[in-house]
Design a protein. Structure first.
Length: 203
C-alpha cells in the first residue's frame, strides 16, 4: 500500500488515517501489509507514470521497479509469505490509485490483485491507452470512488471500467466497480471501504 503516513497512525496522517491495523485485527486476517511512505515533495514524481506539464512527475517506473525488484524480494526473504501472483495485492488511493493501476498492468505476473481507490486518471490520458494495450492484467480488480468527488471522477472511472471490459476481456466476476453515494475523495471514504475491498479480493 502507498502513502504509509496515512495508513496506521493519525499523528503522521495528512487528514486522518485508514486504521488499517485495527481493521485487520477485527478481521483476524492472515496477511502482511507493507506501507510505503511517499517522499513528501517527491510524491507526485514517485506515483505518476507520465509527465504532466503543470506538475511534472513521471518517475513511477523507478518507484514500481524498486517495489518489485528490491522491496518485495526482501519481504519474501524475511517473512513467511505466499509470494506468488495469486497472493500478492497492491492498493492505493488518488495518485496511489493511479500507480497501483500502472503497477498492475506493468507487472501483472507479480500483482494478481489490485484495489484502485479514487484514481487520479486525470493526470495523463495515456493510462487508458496503456490499459487498452495490456496483454495481461491482474486477475482481480476492485475500483472505488465517490459520486461527490470532482466531476470528472465518475466519467473517468466509467471509462476505465469500459476499457478493461472491452479491451482486456477481463471476466465480469473479476472486476468490481463501487461508487459510493455522497462519497468524497478523502481518507474517510477509503478507510470505510478498505475491509470491503480486502474481503472481495478473497483475503
Amino acid at each position: 500500500m502507498h502513502d504509509a503516513q496515512n495508513l496506521f497512525d493519525d499523528k503522521t496522517a495528512y487528514s486522518g488515517e485508514w486504521n488499517v491495523d485495527e481493521k485487520l485485527d477485527s478481521l483476524q486476517a492472515e496477511l502482511i501489509v507493507i506501507g510505503i511512505e511517499h517522499g513528501n515533495d517527491k510524491r507526485i514524481s514517485e506515483l505518476t507514470p507520465y509527465k504532466y506539464e503543470k506538475y511534472g512527475g513521471g518517475d513511477a517506473d523507478n518507484y514500481v521497479d524498486f517495489i518489485v525488484h528490491t522491496l518485495k524480494p526482501r519481504i519474501d526473504s524475511m517473512y513467511r509469505t505466499k509470494a506468488n501472483r495469486k497472493n500478492t495485492l497492491m492498493m492505493g488511493s488518488s495518485l496511489g490509485g493511479l500507480v497501483t493501476l500502472y503497477s498492475g498492468i506493468k507487472y501483472p505476473n507479480v500483482f494478481g490483485k489490485i484495489a484502485v481507490f479514487s484514481p487520479s486518471l486525470w493526470f495523463s490520458k495515456k493510462i487508458f491507452k496503456a490499459v487498452s494495450f495490456s496483454k495481461k492484467i491482474p486477475e482481480k480488480l476492485y475500483l472505488l470512488c465517490g459520486d461527490n468527488e470532482d466531476e470528472a471522477m465518475i466519467t473517468e472511472i466509467d471509462k476505465l471500467e469500459s476499457t478493461l471490459i472491452t479491451d482486456t476481456k477481463i471476466k465480469s466476476k473479476n472486476l468490481k466497480k463501487v461508487v459510493i453515494k455522497k462519497g468524497q475523495q478523502n481518507e474517510k471514504l477509503w478507510r470505510d471501504h478498505f475491509v470491503d475491498a480486502i474481503l472481495w479480493l478473497d483475503y
